[in-house]
Design a protein around this ligand. Structure first.
Ligand code: MN
Length: 192
């Protein structure tokens, strides 16, 4: 199977000033593309050649194939969580679950930001649900993905420096806090 990089559902400059066109052009245009190219190269002749991407992430041993498969999946999922018309707060059953499991949406945002700021080095912070549909905030270093823990991802923030350094330099907390303004909650809700 050959994976192609999906087009973004918005223009490169559409998320500014939260995420600049420069960052989109490097992060999506160079970093995400490289992970997908590496994945395609590593799949040739591998036992996972005909598996779908989520099965590769669940089943591959630690190593370059798993890292590139997870980074490809994580980035596609990340970039499809945003909209220039985003922001606000979730509604419906996702809002109810957030209130039940984190106390309130404000409290959830605070806990999620704290998880992003306290993750040492590169990685991802996730909102994911378990088999009982309870929600969890998960810190994953490097290319980690909650699919390997039998959790289903709803939302992720990329806290690798390449995600924010052009726009925010070392100010990870500011970069993370700004992302709430572009979260496409109807899309996140549809994943639940
Ligand atoms: Mn990234």
């Amino acid at each position: 199977m050959i994976y192609t990089q999906p087009d973004l559902p918005y223009a490169a400059n559409a998320l500014a000033p939260v995420i600049s066109a420069d960052t989109i052009n490097f992060h999506y245009g160079k970093h995400e593309k490289a992970y997908i190219d590496n994945l395609n190269n590593l799949l040739v002749g591998s036992p996972f050649e005909n598996d779908d991407l989520e099965d590769i992430i669940r089943n591959a041993d630690n190593g370059a194939l798993l890292n590139n498969a997870a980074q490809a999946w994580n980035h596609i999922f990340y970039f499809f969580s945003f909209s220039p018309d985003g922001g606000g707060s979730p509604s419906g059953n996702l809002a109810n679950a957030i209130n039940r499991d984190f106390g309130s949406f404000d409290s959830f945002q605070q806990q999620f930001e704290k998880a992003c700021i306290s993750l040492f080095g590169s990685g991802w912070v996730w909102l994911a649900y378990d088999s009982t549909r309870h929600l969890h905030i998960i810190q994953e270093p490097n290319a980690g993905n909650p699919l390997r823990k039998f959790l289903t991802p709803l939302l992720t923030f990329d806290v690798w420096e390449h995600a924010y350094y052009l726009d925010y330099q070392n100010r990870r907390a500011d970069a993370i806090h700004a992302l709430w303004d572009i979260i496409d909650w109807p899309t996140i809700q549809s994943r639940f």
